[in-house]
Design a binder for this molecule. Structure first.
Ligand SMILES: Cc1cc2nc3c(=O)[nH]c(=O)nc-3n(C[C@H](O)[C@H](O)[C@H](O)COP(=O)(O)O)c2cc1C
Length: 372
């Protein structure tokens, strides 16, 4: 096999705090709904993640810190000892295959449904998701969430910290706090979902307070060098309209900058965007960039390698890829050698449970695994 890596920095060994990474490619968190009905990770998940252990770092999918924080059916959780035991099987399998793993902690806020979680969702303000939500029985109208009291905000912060402790007990190297993509923390950041008039709402310094408190509590619980944060500036997914993107993120990044965190992870990072450049200048540590590859359309033929290299040249330290890792267990080897990539199969197979479209993507070494 020819090696046409051509000196690309993507394939250089590097470090992330105390961790040695064999390359700069990160598997982005991808919700795949393969946990059991109680949120306990399954053996199938251990197989899936171990298949992808050649990533420099795996960030495991969004995982709920509490029952009320659950977004969708069959997503994994981290609020019982059964969850810890299930995840332990996954981290052991990944470690045995030579990999390293963080886990993303996600509270859905208003992105949740009583049919899924058994609870009325909670949020900064009683503003419903303006679209239907996926449940085990299909799409359902969203419900108006209940506004969190200040005491409940404090206990939610504590839930994130407790989930982080469990993540370490389960064998993860660290956790990623999910402050992106319209879930609870992002709902506090955005004007249209945060109508509070107390210390958690109103001006930017108030709207970033919840994010900062969660991150600090998690850092206090497991050590800042084990904590990353994911943000999605200007991304309007799940009905969020930030209103003042160019003020929120400089303030948030500055507030997080001196806490010794493992990394900041930026979704849909564009090297030509002034806000991305400002974030890079403000953030003193490792920056993971998730390139813009064309959402809703096919992936570029190079799987994101070119976009990743442009972001490294613009100051990113690590590059995260989602769909390319989903479809290519041996993505690093394929990108390094220029081998062709598997395409993501039928969208629906991403969420239906089971092996199909999950653990049956072929590798270069095992093309026979191809499903018909
Ligand atoms: C099936 C699927 C599940 C996803 N689940 C998550 C998730 O759990 N947490 C998250 O922050 N982003 C999630 N994302 C977004 C990805 O992490 C990533 O930002 C996005 O796919 C863009 O990267 P890509 O173009 O390399 O796929 C998901 C994306 C897909 C396609």
């Amino acid at each position: 096999m020819t090696n046409n890596a051509g000196g690309s920095r993507l394939f250089e060994a590097t470090t992330l705090g105390p961790l040695a990474l064999p390359n700069r490619l990160v598997m982005a968190p991808l919700t795949r709904n393969r946990a059991d009905a109680d949120g306990v990770p399954t053996s199938l998940m251990a197989t899936y993640y171990a298949q992808r252990a050649s990533a420099g770092l795996i960030i495991a999918e969004a995982t709920t810190p509490s029952a009320v924080g659950q977004t969708y059916a069959n997503i994994p959780a981290l609020h019982t000892s059964a969850h810890v035991a299930g995840w332990r099987e996954v981290t052991d399998a990944v470690r045995e295959a030579g990999g390293r793993m963080f886990v993303q902690i996600q509270h859905g806020g208003r992105v949740g449904h009583p049919d899924t979680s058994g609870h009325v969702p909670v949020a900064p303000s009683p503003v419903a998701l303006p679209e239907e939500i996926h449940t085990a029985d299909g799409r359902r109208p969203s419900v108006v969430p209940r506004e969190l009291t200040v005491d409940e905000i404090r206990s939610t912060v504590a839930d994130f910290a407790a989930a982080a402790r469990r993540a370490v007990d389960a064998g993860f190297e660290g956790v990623e706090v999910h402050a992106a993509n319209g879930y609870l923390i992002h709902q506090f950041l955005a004007k249209n979902t945060n109508r509070r008039t107390d210390a958690y709402g109103g001006p930017v310094e108030h709207r970033i307070r919840f994010a900062v408190e969660v991150v600090q509590a998690v850092a206090d619980a497991i050590g800042p060098e084990r904590v990353g944060v994911r943000i999605s500036p200007g991304v309007g997914v799940n009905g969020v309209e930030e209103g003042d993107t160019d003020s929120i993120y400089p303030a948030l990044v500055a507030a997080l900058a001196d806490r010794g965190l493992a990394y900041l992870h930026v979704v849909f990072a564009d090297p030509d965007q002034p806000l991305f450049q400002e974030i890079r200048k403000t953030w003193p540590g490792t920056l993971i960039a998730n390139p813009v590859l064309g959402w809703g359309g096919p992936l570029p033929a190079d799987g994101g390698r070119g976009a990743g290299e442009r972001l490294l040249a613009a100051g990113a330290d690590l590059i995260s890829l989602g769909r390319s890792f989903l479809a290519n267990p041996d993505l690093v080897e394929r990108l390094r050698t220029g081998a062709p990539l598997n395409a993501v199969r039928d969208q629906y197979l991403m969420y239906t449970g089971g092996e199909t479209g999950y653990t049956d993507y072929p590798t270069l070494d095992a093309p026979a695994l191809v499903a018909s």
